[in-house]
Ligand binder design. Structure first.
Ligand SMILES: *Cc1c(COP(=O)(O)O)cnc(C)c1O
Length: 375
């Protein structure tokens, strides 16, 4: 008989969001500009009969909305209770217990968690400043490869060439690849993004090996809804949908997410553009004052700190600001992950950071200022 709790499970911790009441919440990468107004309108107009019924088993309306938006057949779309659900369902559909899952290190904290829950073996490769090559991931002997771009928690986006090389290596018989694009919208709006970098959807649909995962929790500002989706070849998607099971997206969440996706009000693009502009200001200001944030293509920044990240976070929370600590990040050391907020929020954060970490604007800072001035 399997001992209870099974091996490796007892040491697993519940995911612990920062729950201290704080004035400024910068620990979850949510949208500090609010939620998509078209989604809000749907929820305001809801009637009581809407909620006493079950939702559609596999969220056909949201599925159709995604299919329309991406111009793909509906059988290539899966929805989920957040994109976490799409990731988890893919792991469960593709991997037998004990299977190997390779991923660039560090990555999304839910991944190591889901690996333990599903009795899978993680193969972390590379570090925060040097992601592994596609070849290293392919040579890891993995049954599944998870890649997050832009990556959480580093903010780093992989180039189109890097991803193409990985998918070329996978071909039609290699390991299944999950491409987690939770921060896609911010990447597209970032300076330096190549407009020739069109979405990988077409490529993903060519072979039953690639799952693209997206969420409504970040750019759309709908983390509380719990809705996400995936796009894949029907042969892969059909299997993953069995693992997903029915009734995963609530009825109101489904309708609200579909409205946000249609974006009749045109809220999304200017909001994302503003977030990206604020991120650039935050990064420039940190550098000017002697900080060394990692380049980011998302709505957050990874900032190395000179003291244990957990202690710095405690000090931040004492000043009313929640950030997420990342102790001992390979290639970086102690670091915070900070969600981008509007200018007054950024100022409050910078003030607290200067107060706690006492950065010295030395050469690095001066060089950054010079580089900025040079354009
Ligand atoms: C936030 C996030 C998600 C989305 O999670 P939801 O379950 O959709 O809220 C997925 N992947 C990464 C890397 C994230 O940071």
């Amino acid at each position: 008989m399997t001992p209870f709790p099974r091996e490796g499970f007892r040491a697993l911790r519940r995911y612990t969001p920062i729950e201290d009441p704080v004035e400024i919440e910068l620990s979850d990468n949510t949208n500090l500009w609010g939620c998509h107004p078209d989604a809000l309108a749907v929820m305001r107009d809801a009637a009581s009969g809407d909620i006493s019924n079950y939702p559609q088993a596999y969220s056909s309306d949201l599925r159709d909305a995604v299919a329309d938006t991406f111009d793909v057949p509906a059988e290539c779309v899966i929805t989920g209770c957040g994109s976490d659900d799409v990731l988890d369902s893919t792991f469960r559909a593709v991997c037998d217990p004990g299977a190997r899952v390779a991923f660039p290190n560090p990555t999304f904290l839910m991944i190591p968690h889901l690996l333990v829950v599903n009795s899978l073996q993680g193969v972390p490769l590379g570090d925060a400043r040097r992601p592994p090559s596609p070849r290293q991931l392919l040579d890891a002997g993995a049954d599944l490869i998870y890649v997050c771009t832009p990556n959480n928690p580093t903010g780093t986006a992989l180039s189109r060439a890097w991803i193409e090389e990985l998918l070329d290596g996978v071909g039609t018989t290699g390991p299944v690849v999950i491409l987690d694009e939770a921060y896609y919208e911010f990447n597209v709006a970032s300076p330096g993004y190549d407009p020739g970098d069109t979405s990988l959807v077409e490529r993903a649909l060519a072979v039953p090996r690639i799952m693209i995962a997206r969420t409504f929790s970040k750019a759309y500002g709908l983390a509380g809804l719990r809705a996400g989706f995936g796009i894949a070849h029907p042969d892969l998607l059909g299997e993953v949908e069995k693992a997903r099971g029915p009734f995963k997206v609530g009825l109101l969440a489904e309708r609200a997410a579909a409205a946000a996706l249609c974006d009749r009000s045109g809220w999304l693009e200017p909001t994302v553009r503003e977030i990206v502009a604020c991120r650039e200001r935050l990064v420039a200001e940190l550098r000017r004052r002697g900080g060394d944030p990692l380049p980011s293509s998302a709505n957050f920044v990874m900032l190395p700190v000179p003291a244990p990240a957990v202690e710095v976070t405690r000090e931040m929370i004492a000043r009313g600001i929640a950030v997420r600590p990342f102790p001992n990040v390979p290639g970086v050391g102690e670091a915070l992950r900070v969600t981008v907020g509007p200018p007054p929020v950024i100022e409050r954060f910078i003030e607290a950071w200067v107060d706690i970490c006492r950065p010295v604007a030395g050469n690095a800072g001066q060089e950054a200022v010079a580089a900025e001035a040079a354009g």
